[in-house]
Design a protein around this ligand. Structure first.
Ligand SMILES: CSC[C@@H](O)[C@@H](O)C(=O)COP(=O)(O)O
Ligand SMILES: [Zn+2]
Length: 241
């Protein structure tokens, strides 16, 4: 991927400078501060990328994500596969190939990567399994169903692929791409002992869906602790009359 920008210095600065709080460079900073308080992006891990038309905004690698400034942002031209802005001496997030997988395969508008404990534990209660399952939970209704063009229903079983972690983040690309292909109805991929990637059509959909997923991961972990099957049926209610 070329790192020499075809843009002038002023044009590069303009890409990440805006008074609009909804500008991707500003939003990445704000959302990462929020995600930090949730334990999603602590210790420099995790992050979010946002696509605005052909421009993909990416945070730097190995930096405290709650202390980002818009001027730290990388901007990648999706169609040209060229960095329009590559602030030295920073490096783009190691999650970039994973974010690109969501943009390329699903036309996502944003992709979030968290190291949430709940996501990690959701992979551990499914030891030896390639899929996380949960059913009959209200928050499933917040998860899209690309197969129907709508959302999952309350009684649907939500299935999320689990891929195995690798020593380097970028080496997850192949298995993440395969999981996206094998699970056409998913908008998230869990990474064993690591976290989760969640994408959405817009930044707000990616955010709210990541919140629904995290809620469901916590619910499943707490249910498993109580000996309950997160994907189990609804118990029949006794007729006391
Ligand atoms: C605590 S380091 C974790 C990283 O290796 C990685 O898992 C991660 O999610 C963030 O990568 P980064 O390149 O800093 O954006
Ligand atoms: Zn990570």
């Amino acid at each position: 991927m070329a790192s020499i920008s075809p843009l002038s210095v002023d044009e590069q600065i303009a890409l990440v400078t805006s008074d609009d709080p909804h500008h991707p460079a500003n939003l990445i900073c704000e959302l990462c501060r929020n995600f930090y308080t949730l334990g999603w992006v602590t210790g420099t891990g995790g992050g979010i990328s946002i696509r605005q038309d052909d421009n993909i905004y990416i945070a730097p690698s190995g930096v405290q994500k709650e202390r980002l400034h818009p001027s730290h942002m990388f901007v990648l031209s999706h169609s040209a596969n060229t960095y329009l802005r590559h602030p030295t001496p920073l490096k783009p997030s190691a999650c970039t190939p994973l974010f690109l997988a969501a943009y390329n395969a699903r036309g996502a508008g944003a992709c979030i990567h968290t190291h949430s404990h709940w996501a990690v534990l959701a992979t551990l209660i499914n030891r030896g399994k390639k899929t996380f399952r949960i059913a009959n939970a209200e928050m499933i209704k917040g998860i899209p169903s690309p197969a129907t063009g709508g959302y999952h229903g309350y009684h649907d079983t939500l299935e999320i692929p689990i891929i195995e972690n690798t020593a380097k983040e970028e080496d997850l690309r192949e298995s993440l791409e395969k999981a996206i292909e094998e699970y056409p109805n998913t908008s998230a991929v869990l990474v064993r002992r690591h976290g989760v990637y969640v994408w959405g059509d817009t930044v707000w959909k990616a955010k709210t869906q990541a919140e629904c997923y995290d809620y469901l991961f916590q619910l499943a972990v707490e249910m498993a602790k109580l000996g309950l099957d997160p994907a189990g049926p609804i118990d029949p209610v006794e007729d006391e009359s």
